[in-house]
Design a protein around this ligand. Structure first.
Ligand SMILES: [Zn+2]
Length: 133
């Protein structure tokens, strides 16, 4: 399946192969790259070997191209980017920035929410990510 992931700011493709590449900063200000699998619900993660992230630590995610912060405005530890499927349909992806907290939400233009990961039930109403008050 030919899926593209885009930065919501510069709309650069952030998955040149099957991995989504994000620039990361830890709470100790260590920086590096994190690669997430493009398949929804696949939580194999590749982290730069020099980057030490503790279990449960909340990291910052940035676009690797324009360096804008991908943090959501609401919610304490989530990040967002765009997914374009093989039929050219766009949806918003919400992921947790907490290391080890496996949850992903996919929200399409009709506000339909699909959730993935063990922790997804913890946050019952992810639709509020879409709106600014
Ligand atoms: Zn960008």
């Amino acid at each position: 399946m030919n899926v593209k992931y885009l930065c919501p700011f510069c709309r650069s493709e952030i998955n040149p192969n099957q991995n989504i590449i994000l620039s990361t900063k830890t709470k100790h200000n260590h920086v590096g790259l994190v690669l997430l699998h493009e398949e929804m619900g696949n939580y194999s993660v590749i982290v730069s070997p020099s980057l030490k992230i503790e279990m449960g630590e909340v990291v910052e995610f940035f676009c690797p191209v324009c360096h804008e912060s991908l943090n959501t405005e609401k919610g304490e530890h989530f990040a967002t980017y765009i997914r374009v499927d093989d039929k050219n349909k766009e949806s918003n992806i919400i992921i947790s920035r907490k290391h080890g907290e496996e949850c992903t939400y996919k929200i399409d233009e009709t506000k339909k929410v699909e959730s993935y990961g063990e922790y997804a039930k913890k946050y019952r109403n992810p639709e509020w990510f879409l709106f600014k008050e």
